[in-house]
Write a protein that binds this ligand. Structure first.
Ligand SMILES: Cc1cc2nc3c(=O)[nH]c(=O)nc-3n(C[C@H](O)[C@H](O)[C@H](O)COP(=O)(O)OP(=O)(O)OC[C@H]3O[C@@H](n4cnc5c(N)ncnc54)[C@H](O)[C@@H]3O)c2cc1C
Length: 406
């Protein structure tokens, strides 16, 4: 490692950090990316067994980054979303055809996305530093000095802009003294890939039940990616079930929209929390992705929001008008991201709370709401556009266009 400052040092090489490094790569900055794990190892926590619903807007961002061509072969399109509330009438259907688009979004296995990002990083100019941990951050006159611990040794490296993409428990956020509000949902998501008897026909299902939402999203080979929310005790029990008992319990909760469930893969649990940094900027530092906000996966918005953080940051750094890490640049970034961030956090949190409440009048209200969404095209359009990540297409990457440094 040299002591020449990095223009941009990214801490965290998960889905968000690695995507940012690749988005910035054509701009000619000196970029370093640090991760606690060696890339490509199965211990890397960002690339686990979950599958990710990428919104149509996110597919445009990857297109602008030049990655969509290699990803496209491994994604499954979502052509319809079916939203229902168990035990109540009414359902809402959102469809790609109504939007005159090939898909509302795409499902990708996070390991596959990781493989694609790392292949691109291998042939990039991004300097990868791993396995390494950040242990200290000091503010100097025109840079930050980051102390990294790597294989028992410490090293200090300067940078002009530090990007924290180190996830929910961000060490950078802690070291910078950033306040965070945390609200555990007392819910745990159990994920698994399951195979139903009937073809999924590229439909995604969001079914709200008294115990929590069930999302079933289309994957290749007629598999479906399941995200099933439980109480922590319910999740523990669900993990203990035999495959047969698990499929029976799922059948009972989800119903027969896809016929019988015939097969399940490995089950994994994720405790769910809403975590929100009070500010996404501090001295020469910006927080993005889960380090800035961690959401309930009910609406599949976490990575999609993180990709829009990336598109905005890349747009500012491409303009060349503001020095990376300068106060003016950071403030412009925070201002630009606030409306989208606030809307998605509120939307996701309200959805969890509205549909986790079992009061009967709320149940009737939800049923009416779903019927209204189904029947009123402006309302349906608004919800569809929100799901597709279409309401914030102000950046070049957000419109699927490549970035160039001005
Ligand atoms: C069950 C489930 C389903 C989901 N489904 C969807 C979906 O359908 N659509 C969607 O958009 N989102 C979804 N999400 C959310 C999405 O997975 C996250 O928003 C996304 O993974 C966040 O990525 P990240 O890179 O910000 O953080 P992380 O994935 O947590 O990555 C952080 C990285 O930082 C590294 N790191 C941590 N600490 C340090 C340190 N001190 N020093 C160096 N490196 C460090 C880690 O090794 C890791 O590589 C889902 C989440 C869950 C739990």
């Amino acid at each position: 490692m040299t002591t020449q400052p990095y223009d941009i040092l990214i801490i965290g090489g998960g889905m968000v950090g690695a995507s940012l490094a690749l988005a910035l790569q054509p701009l000619g900055y000196r970029i370093g990316m640090v991760d606690a794990y060696s890339f490509g190892t199965s211990r890397q926590p960002s690339y686990d067994d979950r599958s990710i619903a990428l919104s149509y807007g996110s597919s445009l961002i990857y297109q602008g980054m030049g990655l969509w061509d290699s990803l496209q072969a491994d994604v499954t399109p979502i052509r319809q979303i079916h939203i229902s509330d168990k035990g109540h009438f009414g359902a809402a259907r959102l469809s790609a055809r109504q939007e005159k688009l090939p898909a509302l979004g795409f499902l990708v296995e996070s390991r596959v996305l990781g493989g694609c990002l790392y292949e691109a990083l291998e042939s990039s100019t991004v300097e990868q530093i791993n396995p390494a941990q950040v242990v200290n951050i000091a503010s100097l006159a025109e840079t930050l000095e980051i102390t990294l611990e790597q294989q028992g040794k410490t090293e200090k490296i300067p940078c002009r802009l530090l990007v924290a993409a180190d996830g929910t428990h961000s060490k950078v956020r802690q070291l910078m003294g950033g306040a965070v509000t945390r609200e555990p949902y007392q819910q745990t998501a159990v994920i698994a890939n399951v195979t139903p008897e009937k073809p999924h026909q590229y439909r995604a299902f969001e079914r709200f039940t008294a115990n929590g939402p069930i999302a079933l999203l289309p994957l290749s080979d007629n598999r479906c990616s399941l995200v099933w929310t439980h109480t922590p005790e319910g999740a523990e029990q669900t993990l203990q079930y035999s495959d047969k008992a698990f499929l029976q319990a799922l059948q009972q909760a989800f119903g027969y929209h896809l016929g019988r469930f015939v097969k399940t893969g490995k089950r994994t649990a994720f405790p769910l929390v809403l975590s929100k940094a009070q500010s996404v900027i501090s001295t020469r530092t910006v927080l993005i992705g889960n380090a800035a906000q961690t959401l309930h996966p009910v609406a599949g918005q976490g990575l999609n929001l993180g990709l829009r953080d990336i598109a905005q940051l890349a747009e500012l750094l491409a303009s060349g008008e503001l020095e990376p890490g300068s106060t003016a640049m950071l403030q412009q970034y925070a201002r630009a991201r606030q409306p989208d961030r606030e809307t998605v956090i509120r939307y996701t949190d309200s959805l969890v709370k509205l549909f986790s409440n079992d009061s009967s009048w709320l149940g009737h209200g939800r049923a009416c709401g779903l019927m209204l969404v189904d029947r009123l095209s402006p309302l349906r359009r608004l919800l569809t556009r929100q799901s597709m990540g279409f309401r914030h297409r102000k950046t070049r990457l957000g419109r699927g266009l490549p970035l160039q440094r001005a």
